[in-house]
Design a protein around this ligand. Structure first.
Ligand code: RI2
Length: 309
């Protein structure tokens, strides 16, 4: 396959959500850039560099909210362009290292987060997050008897993917419609969700509905944990940028919408949970209060580089 077609195919899978989940899209983008670099047949390093930037642009253009995508692309495309072969090898090494560290981060988050789970706990989770599921599955494997309540997560029903994974793990699970969260919250000991973006102030951008769940948990005095790799933190928010919330197509919410003349469907894919509703963020470098997000960005992500772009 032509190198650009391969990148476009991956981009299309990310856009259509055939590949989804903030971590999974970052890994797919890194793998796609590696394939692209391997296949690139150019004469000069300048040409190589501009082709890599073009491919990165195609991948970046797919889902506007998830910072995992831009952080992954930035990490993979960080190299000194001396000659074509050196640049190619640097991209391959960066991509391999990103993918490996991303997978290890999920395991480590599971270990750290599961220490906050007690035997007998009922855990509520939303959407489908591998980081959140790592906390749940690690607690289960360590012998703690836990029960999970999973939301459907309309309109894309990622909750069905979640219950499929929990079924495989043999964890007793109840599926609820999103609007049943308040009705069950008094039975919940801990809410565990993933993250698409964590801002410099420690606020969380995650699947639509997360903010309502956090509000409910706050009101019911139920602990609220976010499970997130450090590459889900957004350097640009330190520079004052707001996170763009992706609005997806109306058909996802209401198939056949075109027959309505006066009706418009709103379909924001994410919402913002204030840091004051978050008890802890479990990352691969530790369980931190949301107020420490600035330090994670500064120390782990080299945020000053963002000024240049
Ligand atoms: P992991 C998902 O986004 C959900 O919002 C989920 O909480 C988040 O990514 C993190 O998932 P979407 O792609 O990276 O379903 O933890 O819109 O797997």
């Amino acid at each position: 396959m032509n190198p650009t077609d391969q990148v476009k195919e991956t981009a299309q899978k990310i856009r259509s959500m055939e590949i989804r989940g903030a971590g999974r899209i970052a890994i797919a983008a890194a793998a796609s850039l590696k394939e692209f670099a391997l296949a690139l047949d150019v004469d000069s390093v300048e040409e190589f560099d501009s082709e890599i930037r073009r491919a990165a642009g195609i991948l970046l253009d797919t889902r506007p909210t998830a910072v995992s995508l831009s952080n992954a692309i930035r990490m993979v495309t960080r190299y000194e362009p001396s000659d074509v072969e050196a640049a190619r090898q640097a991209i391959i090494a960066n991509a391999d290292s990103f993918i490996d560290s991303s997978q290890k981060a999920v395991e480590r988050i599971g270990k750290i987060g599961s220490r906050r789970v007690s035997d007998g706990d009922t855990i509520l989770t939303h959407c489908n997050s591998l980081a959140a599921l790592s906390v749940i599955s690690t607690a289960h494997r360590s012998g703690k008897k836990i029960r999970v309540i999973a939301t459907e997560s309309r309109p894309r029903y990622q909750g069905i993917t979640t219950i499929g994974m929990l079924e495989e793990l043999g964890i007793p699970t109840e599926l609820i419609v999103d609007s049943a969260v308040r009705s069950v919250m008094n039975d919940v000991d801990l809410v565990v969700v993933g993250a698409d973006v964590i801002t410099a102030s420690g606020s969380l951008v995650n699947k639509i509905g997360t903010a309502q769940i956090a509000l409910c948990a706050h009101e019911a005095r139920t602990s609220f944990m976010v499970a997130a790799e450090t590459y889900k933190f957004s350097p640009r928010t330190i520079l004052g940028e707001m996170v763009t919330i992706e609005e997806r197509g109306a058909e996802e919410v209401l198939p056949g919408i075109s027959k309505y003349k006066c009706i418009r469907v709103r379909n924001p894919a994410f919402d913002v949970t204030p840091h004051s509703y978050i008890d802890v963020i479990c990352t691969e470098v530790g369980a931190i209060p949301p107020e420490m997000s600035y330090l994670i960005i500064k120390e782990r992500l080299g945020w000053e580089l963002e000024e240049e772009s």
